[in-house]
Ligand binder design. Sequence first.
Ligand code: HSE
Length: 309
Amino acid sequence: MEAVRVKAPATTANLGSAFDCAGMALELYNEVVVSLNDRDIVIIDGEGKHELSHDSTNLVYRAIAKVADCAGIPLPPLKIHCTNRIPLSKGMGSSAAAIVGGVVAGNALLGVDLSSGDLLDLAAQMEGHPDNVAPALFGGFVISCKDKQHRIVSVRVDAPDDLFAVLAVPEHKVSTREARAVLPDVVAHEDAVFNVSRAALLVAALQQRRYDLLATAMEDRLHQPYRAPLVSGLQRAVSAAIESGAVGAAISGAGPSVIAFCARDVDSDGTRIGEAMVAAFRGQGLQCRVIFTRPTNIGALESVGHLPI
Ligand code: HSE
């Protein structure tokens, strides 16, 4: 008998301008160990231990069930042990990590030979959009869209290894549903062009390590202006990060966290940027913690390991 272990990274979607179409994996992993058992057990340690469900409604469980369903095989009883490090409902891809951890573990444990494209389609269906699940699966920086047949088309590029990420994570929670409900149905042509040009610039700037362009490339008019009122201090924290030396900053995913990048010493620059963001939130009466991390090129697919039990 053996167990399958998968490590699924946190992800930051949008990076400001690339709304709903790009995301980057971060070096902060949830780990899931799954084995066959005589009855279903879900154990959760770390983030969400007291909030997440411990039965068949658990997202990791449902993702494994989805793989079995897709392969047309019955789902055997499972022991699922999650060690969660990604904060929940903070715009850091915790649900994408759960889904991706589940589909990758299910594929390996049940001996189902779904391709990486199939796993991406399954995970994106469950999540509702591909921008977090794609980098959680593949690592790196991933640009995704749906083709005319509604299949996800994605291109992964290595994330730069000389960038550091500083995340200010407010105590406030924002559900993606709430953050999407405030978006308008129609946007001005000028705003669409503003974002398209910056999203294209973002891809080139990351590939060519033109960090001098990153602050401009991460500007956005499609979601951040509408989401900022949901959490006091959000827009101020983005500006404070840039003013204190970040090469780029944006709301992470649907928020409420803010991600800022620095291209040099994370100990000095990162600390200053983190403090500036904390002060911006504190000025609005919100406490937040700071997470220092970096982009990672190792996604869940590459992390799969088999353990004896
Ligand atoms: N692109 C999505 C959004 C990411 O901004 O709503 C949600 O994590």
